[in-house]
Design a protein around this ligand. Sequence first.
Ligand SMILES: Nc1ncnc2c1ncn2[C@@H]1O[C@H](COP(=O)(O)OP(=O)(O)O)[C@@H](O)[C@H]1O
Ligand SMILES: [Mg+2]
Length: 177
Amino acid sequence: MKATKITANTIMEAGAEFNLDQIDEVVESVLNTVKNSSKNILTLKGDLGAGKTTLVKSIAKKLGIEETVNSPTFTILKSYKIPVQSQGVLGVIAGRFENLIHIDAYRLDDPEELGALKLESYFADAKNLVFIEWPEKLANILPSSTIQIQLETIEGHTDAGAPDVVKENIRKIKIVE
Ligand SMILES: Nc1ncnc2c1ncn2[C@@H]1O[C@H](COP(=O)(O)OP(=O)(O)O)[C@@H](O)[C@H]1O
Ligand SMILES: [Mg+2]
């Protein structure tokens, strides 16, 4: 575990590497970024397994959402009520947003299905805090004003020097606001 604390600033300036023990610091950093921004849509880019769903689940948990947050790969969109909170950053976020919307556009290829989902109406409602996995699939309808999160799996070397072994539990996150 790294000694340096992960903050919104470090993630935005240089990006930060983290393992699952540090995900709470990443969650707090993302929530601080939302707090200090007028934007309500966050895009999550990264390969399969990069940790997009894991991050949304962890954010939902931090916001006090008790329902299980699963990847909405087949339903495309899931909406969760954000419970009232009284203190700190959580209080600010819960005061501003009513719903956490989780979209996974991975399987979205049919323009008719896309039209039927009416995603634009979810984007336009400032009471919705929207997280989008595979935003590339929504390029045509995505508002220009989003907070962009990039996640990647870090590849490196084991202590024994074996080449190109994936450090399975380490991810790198970068946020562009
Ligand atoms: N530092 C980390 N951050 C996020 N996920 C991690 C991390 N280390 C290991 N994992 C694991 O990697 C997997 C990421 O899967 P998931 O969040 O579903 O990715 P995605 O939604 O990007 O396809 C999970 O099994 C998770 O437990
Ligand atoms: Mg996912």
